[in-house]
Design a protein. Structure first.
Length: 696
């Protein structure tokens, strides 16, 4: 995905018993501040990393991530553990064996302008208190990140990046790539060496592959990156061997039995001495002027290179300085990717239609007169949202400039007003969802309009069911994502209520589902019917209603009927519920389709104990914000969270000045450090248990 895979290198002298290489791991827990962006980015992560079927290019992913990062910067209190900004990535598929990386494979932050690169250089110099920095500048290859392990100089294992912590074992395919040595040459290599690099498909190989596909009447690959990823993840290595893949190394990961050199450039020289390929375009650059000069030089050479690149990467050369700089949650402070600008062409807008996303987002899409942009034919381009259509003043019939931002995603950059025809028509956002006919709602202060039929709309069906079945919602054991996909695709369920009409015979007929597993699922479905009002509310997937808000609503209204009938003013009387959340709740329950599904769920037996008013002394932690970090041994993090919520506390995913208490288990990371720097009270697990017992 966007960004170059990098590793944190600490220069150390190793003993026989040491691992030979030390890495201070970042806190890799997921954080999500704004659900609409979190869900969309997580969706693209899964398509890209797990299914090998990306539906948007890297540049759209970059845009979404940068928008999310900006919102989190503006609203740090809304950062939660499942945000894509805190996370390194998405989980690997299980078609291959799994390989746990000794050192995590992280991503780089991106820069899209000279000014952003200058800001990066300034931050580095200020943190190190130096006047100038020596960098290593290198091409940002557009391929697939890989880690190759050598023991005693012999290739023994290769793995994809996967989720950054666990990848797929592709050793059988890596061995087919002639540019990767099966045995290191020269001498001085360590007992264990994990080489990091990018597997790519040269442009010439890509053209030959697609030419053959055309001759055979088969589907062509969209670009060399997708071709490389698809080729490396073949179960049959004979197929991979025919694809002419290659690799350039850009660093090392886990090392045992050597002292690391002082600089990254020396590391790369060592790799070349041992027979590994390093891009000949790698160069040492002095300061900001040096890296920007390199960027312009490589921009000019780009078209003549034998492989695709989408930018350049700058890394602090000195490894000791890297260690001092450290990293943020998902990327190092000592490296950045400088992306190339977009490519543009001119065409005409034939129509503007809307697409309904899996979270209900209504996105205007321009249907274009086909145009060749940056190597591909473009016939559709996103307009993002209604405000963007108005801002750019796009009309049906307009001549527009289409840009493949980051060289990949098509978007309408601007309108050529001088060519607007007299019969050009304005775009009108539909009032009803084109898929399910539910009302299209745009909450105050939001840019994205959404279908309000969350439990009913076919476009949202799969994700609504997955959320409904999740552990923190209805906790339906055995109902995983792949099974939901099968049930939905085969028409066995059309909404969450359909889950409770499934029979063992229907489930047993699905792929990888036998008598025992199907029987277990039916039992799990029956067990899940007994829940709590708070968990049921959360399971409905109402926008902005997370676990804490669901619990607060349940505690205040005491019944589902009261919540369903509540007006916005009444909803806003609830702590933590503002006008935006209140509008989402009211809009959800006003949709007849949603209420119909809820009725069916209750008719199927979904129920919860009647709630009694909570006395003030039963929730003594009301108004307090508590953060959990590190590993707990006496209870799970989820159990700890539920106990705190029951006492009235708000459990947050990040530390801020508003935090009342931090509970730090084993291996607590940056959250503990931040709490200490802010002078916030910290309890270890023993102290936390005593703290809870004080309220029993």
């Amino acid at each position: 995905m966007p960004g170059v895979i990098i590793f944190i290198l600490n220069r150390v002298t190793l003993s026989k018993s040491s691992c030979g290489f030390i890495c201070i791991m970042p806190d890799l827990k997921k954080v999500s501040p704004i659900e609409q962006l979190r869900d969309e980015i997580a969706h693209h992560n899964r398509l890209y990393y797990v299914l090998d079927a990306p539906e948007v290019p890297d540049a759209e992913y970059d845009r979404l991530l940068r928008e999310l990062q900006q919102l989190e910067c503006e609203h740090p209190e809304r950062i939660t553990l499942d945000s894509p900004t805190q996370r390194v990535g998405a989980e690997p598929i299980k078609a291959f064996g799994q390989v746990a990386h000794k050192l995590a494979m992280l991503s780089l932050d991106n820069a899209f302008s000279d000014e952003e690169v200058a800001d990066f250089d300034r931050r580095v110099r200020e943190r190190l208190d130096v006047q100038a920095i020596e960098y290593v500048a290198e091409p940002k290859l557009d391929g697939l990140a890989i880690s190759i392990r050598y023991e005693a100089g012999v290739l023994v294992q290769a793995a994809t990046r996967g989720d950054g912590l666990t990848g797929e074992d592709v050793t059988h395919n890596i061995r087919t790539i002639n540019s990767i040595p099966l045995r290191l040459v020269g001498d001085g290599w360590p007992r264990v060496l994990e080489v990091r690099g990018e597997v790519y498909m040269p442009k010439a190989s890509f053209e030959r592959l697609n030419a053959k596909a055309r001759e055979m009447g088969e589907k062509e690959f969209a670009n060399p990156r997708n071709a490389a990823a698809g080729s490396l993840r073949q179960l049959d290595p004979r197929v991979t061997a025919k694809r002419s893949l290659s690799m350039y190394c850009y660093g090392i990961g886990f090392v045992e039995g050597m002292v690391l050199p002082e600089t990254h450039s020396t590391v790369l020289e060592r790799l070349k001495q041992w027979g590994l390929r390093v891009s000949p375009e790698v160069s040492v650059a002095q300061g900001l002027a040096g890296v920007l000069a390199y960027y312009r030089l490589l921009s000019e050479k780009r078209s003549s290179l034998a492989y695709e690149i989408d930018g350049v990467v700058y890394k602090v050369n000195c490894l000791d300085q890297r260690e001092m700089l450290g990293f943020v949650a998902r990327a190092p402070r000592w490296a950045i990717a400088h992306k190339f600008p977009a490519q543009e062409e001119m065409t005409r807008v034939l129509d503007i239609e809307v697409q309904v996303g899996r979270t209900g987002a209504i996105t205007p899409v321009a249907r274009l007169e086909p145009v060749f942009v940056g190597g591909v034919t473009v016939s559709n381009a996103t307009l993002h949202n209604e405000d963007e259509v108005r801002r750019k003043d796009v009309h049906i019939g307009d001549t527009v400039i289409v840009r493949r931002a980051g060289d990949v995603i098509p978007e309408v950059a601007s309108v050529v007003l001088s060519r607007r025809p007299k019969d050009a028509r304005s775009f009108v956002m539909p009032r009803q969802c084109p898929v399910c006919d539910s009302d299209v709602i745009r909450a105050e202060g939001e840019t994205i309009a959404r279908c309000s039929g969350g439990l009913y709309c076919n476009a949202q069906r799969k994700e609504a069911i997955k959320h409904f079945a999740s552990r923190k919602a209805m906790d339906i054991d055995g109902l995983g994502d792949k099974l939901v996909e099968q049930l939905s695709d085969q028409g066995l369920i059309h909404n969450v209520a359909g889950l409770f009409n499934l029979t063992q015979t229907q489930v047993a007929g699905l792929e990888r589902m036998g008598e025992k597993s199907s029987a277990n699922l039916i039992v799990a479905l029956e067990k899940s019917k007994q829940t709590t009002l708070a968990k049921f509310l959360y399971a409905l997937g109402i926008r902005e209603v997370g676990e804490t808000t669901a619990q607060t609503l349940a505690n205040y209204f005491l019944s589902l009927e009261a919540i369903m009938l509540a007006e916005i003013d009444a909803l806003q009387q609830v702590s933590e519920v503002g006008p935006v959340v209140a509008a989402h709740v009211q809009a959800f329950f006003k949709q007849p389709h949603n209420r119909e599904v809820i009725d069916k769920l209750q008719q199927a037996g979904v129920s919860w104990p009647a709630m009694q008013p909570i006395k003030q002394d039963e929730q003594p932690l009301t108004g307090q914000t508590i953060v959990l970090t590190g590993a707990l041994t006496e209870m799970t993090r989820n159990e700890a969270k539920e106990r705190l919520l029951a006492l009235g506390a708000k459990v947050a995913g990040s530390v801020s000045k508003k935090t009342s208490l931090v509970v730090a288990g084993a291996d607590a990371g940056t959250k503990l450090s931040k709490a200490e720097s802010l002078g916030i009270k910290v309890l270890d697990e023993t102290g936390f248990i005593a703290f809870l017992q004080g309220y029993e």
